[in-house]
Design a protein around this ligand. Sequence first.
Ligand code: SF4
Length: 407
Amino acid sequence: MEESTRYFLSIADKIEKAFRENRELVKAILKKINEYSKVLESIYGKDFRFKIMNFCGTHEWTVTHFGIRSLVPKNIELVAGPGCPVCVTPSHFIEEAIKLALDGITVYTYGDTYKLRTLNSVKGYKSLSEVRGEGVVKLVTSLVDAIKDARKTNRESVFIGIGFETVAPGYASAILKGLVPENLKIMSLVKLTPPAMFYSLEILREKPTEPPVMGVIAPGHVSTITGGKAWSVVSENYGIPVVISGFEPIDVLLSILEILKQLVKGEAKTVIEYKRAVTWHGDIRAQRIVAKTFRVVDDAWRGIGFLPKSGLRLREEYRRYDAFEELGVKEIKPGEWGYDLPPGCRCAEVTLGKAKPTDCPLFMRVCTPDKPYGPCMVSLEGACAIWARFGSGGLAEEIAKELSLTI
Ligand code: SF4
């Protein structure tokens, strides 16, 4: 192992320990959280639930895996948001990818997209994993893997580019540096997160029986690119605190504490907890190359529909890399979009924070991580898959009691 890699791993290990293994600090944070929750209870009443949306799938993983719901007071409700790109990729585009594979084009895909089931079958196939025997479907972990393989095989190929703002600079850089070979096209399905945040906040406010979202834990990795400034519009327009958070349990607890503190003080600011990775202005170079390579489009989100200015497609200048232009992949137009979740699946409500995975009658009955029925059960960032693996409350609550961490 190289010296630089060893050094990096030792730092990563120290950070992980500092943000996971400090029980005294956790107790001190929980004490303050409890104090603030009591003040809020005295203002809003005993039955009021303070809904905090953890936007991103990785935060949902931290919250569920570490049993954070069982640590915080009962009047604080942590709800998952739409931060799982695989969950929200429309069925239509996976159906298009299946068609390409059946036409003999090599399809490069991430592992979770590979298992994603479509609404409609294409010649009897409903996922790229099913089509593997008939067409060429290869699993990759990045565009770089796809580039290397496409150069080697020289076959006509397509890379399915799913992700949020974090993946776009890598795609842009590969294109601008001329690394993508002629025989490889990119199906850009990159989604932009702020429009989904606005939509989920609006829709929760529209449901009168539900308490509104009172604070947002915003995605740390997306914000390394966009900067904290991308979220200030949320605190300004909705009058709620937003905290850009890291992904360790102490990061998340500190973010909850900051939200409650602001609510007690009557403030609504966007602040960065994840200062070790995020700045206010973000990665300006990355933002510049993304703007040069991609155009912003109104895009469809699975089960949800079209959200304005929520997706990225390649600009005309780069059409020679564009699967939509060069391989005839069909775009969906707003008027053509149809509800694309399988019958009974409540994934759209789960991703919008309107329902918990356990509210779905199919959860762990028809739909399991081994045999996912709906898209939220596929990816490790999907709320249903996370709840299926780690549960919520229950065992975590018992362990917290044993460690004297409950309030
Ligand atoms: S458990 Fe499965 S079917 Fe139910 S909402 Fe989640 S993904 Fe959809």
